[in-house]
Design a protein around this ligand. Structure first.
Ligand code: MG
Length: 293
């Protein structure tokens, strides 16, 4: 059908055309051969690149491609909150007093989130994530987070933050464990609290009601890379959420991306990063953040 005067139109034509359109095009070509108005040379020269571009556009990934909406993890009521003061060999990243261990990801200037009453709250007016001054490889991390009782919005716009286990660049580059309200808040389950963003759904949902403190206890094994940038061994992570296992030594597929499949990018050591999400819901709070190498 696409053999026109000895010239083959590319395969992409057959791939992207609705069969009805293909029939119409074939009819147009025949009509042209019979003396119709089309300029044959022009048609053969211009159609293939246009269709190739259309094909590429049709295949360009969008955010929804990597959303998974089920199965929805079972809701589990966690036990009473257990205090987790830092052990003797921990590096304390936030003890309630200041953000001396942190900088703004964007420009490495002092982190400008709000510290008051022993907690730190995301400052949505400052459109930058914050990250540790120190860089880490493998570690154990403890942090506590709270969705404000007056939270608004829905889905990914309801208390969205996140902890990046390795910040490999500006913005959201790295490996994110999602933080989000998970109380009757419908969203893609590989993007709910306790998920490894767009890679692994939490085993269960042990979140606490808004206004109460949650904890993450994370064991992170950084990925190893060969000199040529290929992966020697992938990253692995175990996450306890309010004392409940939600990720069990899973092997990451790469950095956690909003759009497109995960990919690895070579790094050695990296800061730990907390997210300022762009949604307008009130900023969430953190406290008691410590790490053991
Ligand atoms: Mg997030």
């Amino acid at each position: 059908m696409f053999d026109f005067q000895g010239r083959q139109l590319p395969e992409t034509l057959a791939e992207v055309l609705d069969p009805r359109h293909a029939v119409l095009l074939a009819w147009d070509l025949q009509n042209d051969q019979a003396g119709g108005a089309f300029n044959k040379a022009s048609l053969v020269e211009t159609v293939p690149p246009v269709l190739a571009a259309a094909t590429a556009a049709a295949r360009r990934p969008v955010a929804a491609d990597t959303e998974v909406w089920e199965p929805v993890p079972k809701k589990v009521t966690p036990g009473a909150f257990v205090a987790a003061p830092p052990p003797s060999d921990a590096i304390v990243l936030f003890d309630g007093k200041n953000l001396d261990e942190w900088v703004a990801t964007q420009d490495k200037k002092p982190a400008a989130w709000t510290v008051a009453d022993g907690i730190v709250t995301v400052n949505k007016a400052v459109r930058s994530n914050i990250e540790t001054k120190r860089s880490f490889k493998d570690y154990q991390l403890h942090l506590e987070w709270r969705i404000p009782a007056n939270i608004t919005g829905e889905g990914q716009s309801r208390g969205n933050s996140g902890v990046f286990l390795a910040s490999t660049g500006n913005g959201d580059a790295g490996y994110e464990i999602q933080i989000l309200d998970a109380n009757d808040n419908k969203t893609y389950v590989n993007g709910m609290a306790g998920s490894i963003y767009k890679q692994f759904i939490p085993l269960v949902n042990p979140t606490r009601p808004v206004g109460e403190w949650n904890s993450y206890d994370i064991a992170w094994t950084a990925p190893r890379f060969n000199d040529d940038g290929s992966v020697k061994s992938p990253a692995r992570v175990t996450v306890h959420f309010n004392g409940v296992l939600v990720q069990n030594n899973v092997e990451l597929k790469g950095e956690t991306l909003f759009v497109g499949p995960p990919v690895y990018k070579k790094y050695d050591t990296a800061p730990i990063k907390l997210q300022t999400h762009g949604d307008p819901s009130p900023g969430i709070s953190f406290r008691n953040i410590w790490v053991r190498e």
